[in-house]
Design a protein. Structure first.
Length: 318
């Protein structure tokens, strides 16, 4: 995954009181992270800030009992940021407040485009605040008129926003650090999805849709497949229903990425079966039962497929 830093209240001195720990955390956050004022709910204080650098972008999440964030004109002057922030509410509590002269209410999964204006937001007892920081020049160069979108509220039903959040979750879960080329591709896809989420039109939207939406939809399809491959009834049409895509489009996405729907399902099930066969925890489990558990309904087909893929029978793999 991209380089990540973490700043957690759990690492503060234990001998301090709850209020003292918050004051220390707040001061460190103010001086080293962002010049914003923060407050906490009446719950026991805990907060974790995670930030990852993705090329020219920064992806940060703050979770815990921080329930108020205020940015004044003074803090903007001393912490000037030549960037847009896509602010997202990823928690269960509604976050509401003011941005400039406008009232803003962010339900779970919604977002708004911040361009460093005075603001105050208040959430519930426990919140998950997320910021995607994109240099102003990158968005301005790619999407005409986006500078007029600051303060735009984006609902949780926005497809591009949902795909963006899924895509960022995928980035969070990457086990290996991507190389420069892949990191650039990830960054470009994120920027495209931001533009589409904010309502880009015309040629800008067409190009972004070709790149960003397609990549985001592919990730959504793969997430469904990885989560449900053990289901014998899983099909391209079912994944299409779950993701709002046609069966043909699902198959086209997978084919263009190298591999059909059935090939991907088969590989996941075979890898799962081999892992169970070589795990001593399952040494007393019958091979047929393992095959059924990972999603095969035909034991003979499982045996043939396993031998073709790994060069030995399931029994020899134990």
């Amino acid at each position: 995954m991209p380089p990540r830093q973490e700043f957690s209240s759990a690492n503060l001195p234990e001998h301090l009181s709850d209020r003292e720990r918050f004051h220390l955390w707040r001061d460190i956050h103010y001086s080293e992270v962002a010049a914003v004022e923060v407050g906490i709910s009446e719950m026991p204080f805990e907060a974790t800030l995670q930030a990852a650098v993705i090329g020219n972008l920064t992806w940060a999440k703050m979770s815990g009992t921080v329930n108020r964030v205020t940015r004044t004109r003074h803090s903007i002057r001393i912490n000037s940021l030549d960037a847009y922030l896509l602010v997202m509410n990823l928690g269960q509590s509604v976050i509401g407040g003011t941005y400039g002269a406008n009232d803003v209410v962010m339900n779970t999964g919604s977002a708004f485009l911040d361009a460093s204006q005075p603001q105050q937001f208040i959430g519930g007892d426990h919140n998950v605040w997320a910021n995607l920081v994109v240099p102003r020049k990158i968005l301005n160069d790619r999407f005409a008129g986006i500078e007029d979108k600051q303060g735009l509220l984006i609902g949780s039903g926005n497809e591009a926003l949902g795909l963006l959040q899924n895509y960022l979750t995928m980035v969070d879960g990457m086990s290996l650090a991507p190389g420069p080329a892949l990191l650039d591709h990830i960054g470009d896809t994120i920027v495209d999805l931001v533009g589409l989420a904010t309502g880009a039109k015309g040629e800008d939207a067409e190009l972004a849709g070709t790149r960003g939406l397609r990549a985001g939809r592919l990730q959504a399809v793969m997430k469904k497949i990885r989560s449900n491959y053990r289901n014998p009834a899983l099909s391209a049409s079912l994944v299409g229903l779950q993701t709002g895509l046609s069966t043909r489009y699902v198959q086209d996405l997978l084919s263009s990425a190298g591999g059909s729907f059935s090939e991907r399902i088969l590989e996941l099930r075979l890898q799962d079966a081999r892992a169970m066969l070589t795990d001593t925890r399952y040494q007393d489990k019958r091979i047929g039962d393992i095959a059924l558990e990972v999603g095969f309904s035909d034991i003979s087909y499982f045996n043939r497929s396993f031998k073709k893929r790994f060069g030995c029978s399931p029994r020899a793999a134990r």
